[in-house]
Design a protein around this ligand. Structure first.
Ligand code: ARG
Length: 456
């Protein structure tokens, strides 16, 4: 097959080189953006008088036909034509003849791929932002339902203080909110128009890049032609936001896996979203959650892959950059799949309120409440901590819970302890009394829920 650069070459490209350098096997999916960019470019060339109106119209209808052919699966991608850009351009020339050769006026594949990626990522990022919002809404309705479900809160995976399940879920809604903001922020810079930078230095032809940005609905124009074709930081930002979000989702997955164990028995996962074992008939495994946890590694890897590819690359375009698409597409597919399965699955989880409540005071989780009770009676916190520690040790040695100690026993540790300690040693009260801003009391949770109802 004749290459667009054949003029300078005596020999044709080795087929092994075609095989090694092609990107069509993965960049074909940019086709709608590639055609959209080419149509806009053609309109600009006509607007500037570089092409005749009639020529532009013919090119545009050719491109539209190709669009249809691809959409309907009638288009044949060819490896010898390397990438999505050359496949489409050569199909156009085949279709409308040498006039098709005018499409590549005042552009290069270097600015073309930068444009395609930005158009693609602009769409994808908007979609992911919508998916995150949908997931947040699902979580919010569960948080609302569980706004007075008491459970043990943990630090170091040791029971710490009673909390409310709704509060725990709201913590994830907060994380996702920041994830959403990170994507929104990345979107500001993704939304920059690189076309017209040509290979690296711009062009001697009288193009209008501002017009191009307007018809392609970009908020900004890349102001330096060399930067426009050589950076991929907008993809790095997308991948970083994705890696951070996957950290959050992997933590959520891990907690659900733990909570579904016999040992915790906090939740029951829906049958339809778990898998069985081929050997052990009793098993019900949380594979979906494990895969979410596992895919996190893949997304981190993609970020590292692109950072490493771009490290120390001299300006401007280098073919190394073709490798950007593999980690990008893989991350987009992964993130979308993860969000979509969580949106389906999370609302179907059954929470075992009884076990959660019963375990919420096991392990002396009201000890801090006792210390704070003493503080309110004027005892310095450090001393109150010491006294309560002694009470806990006394109870442990006798195999009793704090609530089971008699008033006389408690008074033995501090004469300031009175019968009002009973209100303190009550888990409902313990939760209700945590009214500091953002704390776990139902009143504060209600505020958090209201806030997100407004935001979402
Ligand atoms: N397939 C290439 C890529 O993905 C497009 C740009 C190629 N430019 C070049 N001069 N070879 O990066």
């Amino acid at each position: 097959m004749k290459k667009p650069w054949a003029g300078r070459f005596k020999e044709s490209t080795a087929s092994s080189v075609e095989e090694f350098t092609e990107s069509i096997s993965f960049d074909w999916r940019l086709w709608p953006y590639d055609i959209e960019g080419s149509i806009a470019h053609t309109r600009m060339l006509a607007h500037q008088g570089i092409l005749k109106k009639s020529e532009a119209n013919e090119i545009i209808s050719g491109l539209k036909e190709i669009y249809k052919e691809i959409q309907e699966g009638r288009f044949q991608w060819k490896k010898e034509l390397e990438d999505v850009h050359m496949n489409i351009e050569s199909a156009l020339i085949k279709k409308i003849g040498s006039l098709g050769g005018k499409l590549h006026t005042a552009r290069s594949r270097n600015d073309q791929i930068a444009l395609d990626l930005r158009l693609y990522l602009r769409d994808v990022t908007k979609g992911i932002i919508k998916d995150i919002t949908r997931f947040q809404k699902k979580l919010l309705s569960v948080a609302e339902k569980e706004a007075s479900t008491i459970m043990p809160g943990y630090t170091h995976l040791q029971r710490a203080q009673p909390v409310v399940l709704g509060h725990h879920i709201l913590a994830y809604i907060e994380m996702l909110q920041r994830d959403r903001e990170r994507y929104e922020d990345a979107l500001k810079r993704i939304d920059t128009m690189p076309l017209g930078a040509c290979a690296l230095a711009g062009t001697t032809l009288p193009t209008d890049r501002t017009y191009l940005a307007r018809i392609l609905k970009f908020k900004r124009v890349a102001e330096n032609s060399m930067d426009a074709v050589s950076d991929r930081d907008f993809i790095m930002e997308f991948l970083s936001a994705s890696a951070i979000m996957m950290t959050h989702l992997s933590r959520m997955a891990e907690e659900l896996i733990l909570w579904a164990t016999e040992e915790f028995s906090f939740i029951e996962l829906p049958d339809a979203y778990t898998t069985g074992s081929s050997i052990m008939p009793q098993k019900k495994n949380p594979d979906v959650l494990e895969l979410i946890r596992g895919k996190t590694g893949r997304v981190y890897g993609s970020l590292m892959s692109l950072l490493t590819t771009m490290k120390a690359l001299p300006l401007a375009y280098n073919r190394d950059m073709q490798e950007d698409k593999i980690p990008l597409f893989d991350t987009v597919d992964t993130i979308k799949a993860v969000l979509s399965i969580l949106i389906e699955m999370f609302p179907k989880i059954r929470f075992n309120r009884k076990v959660m409540k019963e375990t919420s005071t096991e392990g002396y989780t009201l000890a801090t409440d006792v210390a704070e009770y003493l503080v309110m009676k004027g005892v310095p916190f450090r001393q109150a901590h010491e006294i309560t520690g002694q009470i806990v040790r006394y109870a442990i040695e006798r195999g009793l819970a704090l609530e089971e100690l008699s008033l006389d026993e408690l008074k033995g540790f501090s004469p300031l302890i009175d019968s009002d300690i009973r209100d303190v040693l009550n888990v409902e009260n313990a939760v209700k009394r945590r009214r500091s801003r953002g704390a776990t009391s139902p009143a504060e949770i209600k505020k958090q829920i209201q806030r997100f109802k407004r935001i979402l």
